[in-house]
Design a protein around this ligand. Structure first.
Ligand SMILES: *Cc1c(COP(=O)(O)O)cnc(C)c1O
Length: 448
């Protein structure tokens, strides 16, 4: 599978010999668009010098991805856990086609439309408590940035200009833009590399036991005068390594936020829409955040869309005769009509198809079939929550190589840090789910 020389690093000025190598993995079968386009692509999270050549996807169906060379992979990731209804759901396709025929997009500055307003009212009805004011954006990171701007300007508008910092958590992930990097885990968020470019927020341990609780409250006490909000991912720190915590932690955060007069921002971009077993993770703690962010599964894995939703007391701090008190933000593709139509269709499917029951079935299935991995050499932990299955290893020396071994088993599983995880479509057939867990067991059995 590995090329003699890395095809990704081939530059525009590469010799013809190098361009030939661009197709090296299975050169005869790679289409022209692949060999010609690959030297112009910069891939995410990749050391382009050594990354394995990316697969060439041709089509998708439910929990499967067909490649141009004829192979078909069972998908354990669901496109970074967005495709909760499986790929190519006919109801979402019909919605996007209908919207495309009438109005793909209009600017949202001074104009609104049915798909966006319907979606806003449906989201507010679905969310717990009085989260009732929706600001649409086009990516998760931007939704978090908007939440941070709301929390900061909330203080400015109230005449508390010194309270502009966030309290965020070790192991947290809130996006890849500069502002969101500053509230990610300091190591994973590369704070040491970016140094003073990043804003200086307070990073605490999640209050999960006596020691971490003491440290959390110490930091809170010390910094309360300069803090505006606490921000966390509820129940699962996803990109931080699929680290689970109990609903009690969220109740502690809600109580602490109230005691110190802070806003609580819950980033449900990963957890929202059923992934943890309830529609939203915060329901399991029976708490309501002041601001919530949603994206990932919002459109059922079809279009880029995100939302930041605030409670009335947050929104009301922006109502003023002073023009400087308005929220100055407005992405060009904000509330894109096609994306909103997809999101409405996705919400329809949560109403008409048994998604949360499917999540419960996946949970039981993963619990049953991943358990045997626990005794494999190098396995540190096996854990399952909702439709998330995790096998944590002592360490993964080479995640790229491990990914290649999964591909050889005809499954799409993308290990990172020290974990192998599954976040499948909720519609995945049981036999496909077993294909995924079998592949994990087989590959980890022979690892090293
Ligand atoms: C994916 C993710 C983000 C960032 O979303 P993008 O759309 O990739 O910008 C933020 N927060 C959490 C919890 C996420 O899982």
């Amino acid at each position: 599978m590995s090329a003699p020389q890395n095809p990704l690093a081939a530059s525009r000025t590469a010799s013809s010999q190098q361009s030939e190598l661009a197709a090296a993995p299975s050169s005869a079968s790679m289409p022209d668009w692949y060999t010609q386009g690959l030297p112009h692509i910069w891939l995410p999270y990749s050391q382009m010098k050594t990354a394995p050549a990316p697969l060439a996807a041709r089509s998708t169906h439910n929990a499967r991805i067909q490649l141009t060379d004829g192979r078909e992979l069972v998908d354990g990731v669901a496109a970074w856990w967005t495709a909760c209804h499986g790929y190519n759901h006919p109801h979402i396709r019909a919605a996007i086609e209908a919207q495309l025929a009438t109005m793909p997009h209009v600017m949202f500055g001074g104009m609104v439309h049915e798909p966006a307003l319907k979606l806003a009212s449906r989201l507010c009805a679905l969310l717990p408590g009085d989260l009732d004011r929706v600001f649409f954006t086009d990516s998760g990171s931007v939704a978090v940035e908007v939440a941070m701007k709301m929390a900061i300007q909330y203080r400015l508008n109230k005449g508390e200009p010194k309270r502009t910092k966030m309290l965020a958590f070790k192991g947290g992930y809130h996006g890849d833009t500069l502002a969101t990097m500053s509230v990610c885990d300091p190591e994973e968020g590369m704070h040491h590399l970016y140094g003073d470019v990043l804003a200086n927020h307070i990073i605490a341990p999640l209050p999960q036991d006596e020691a971490s609780e003491a440290e959390f409250f110490r930091l809170l006490e010390t910094h309360a005068h300069e803090l505006t909000a606490i921000i966390t991912e509820p129940l699962v720190q996803g990109a931080g390594g699929m680290l689970f915590h109990s609903p009690d932690v969220l109740r502690t955060l809600r109580t602490a936020a109230d005691r110190y007069g802070l806003l609580l921002i819950l980033d449900e971009i990963f957890t929202g829409f059923g992934r943890t077993g309830t529609m939203f993770a915060c329901e399991q703690a029976e708490i309501v955040p002041d601001i919530i962010t949603l994206s990932k599964a919002l459109t059922g894995g079809t279009m880029a869309l995100a939302a930041t939703i605030a409670r009335p007391h947050v929104f009301e701090a922006f109502l003023s005769d002073n023009p400087e008190h308005a929220l100055m933000h407005g992405p060009t593709f904000m509330a894109n009509a096609l994306a909103c139509a997809c999101a409405n269709a996705s919400l329809d499917l949560f109403e008409t198809e048994p998604r949360l029951e499917q999540v419960a079935a996946i949970n039981a299935h993963l619990t049953r079939e991943l358990e045997r991995c626990r005794t494999l050499p190098g396995v540190k932990d096996v854990r399952v929550l909702g439709a998330i299955g995790v096998v944590e290893l002592e360490k993964i020396a080479n995640p790229d190589a491990l990914r290649q071994r999964f591909i050889a088993e005809n499954v799409w599983i993308r290990p990172f840090r020290s974990i192998v995880y599954l976040t499948p479509a909720f519609t995945i057939p049981p036999e496909d789910l077993t294909a995924l867990t079998d592949a994990i067991y087989r590959v980890l059995s022979t690892e090293n």
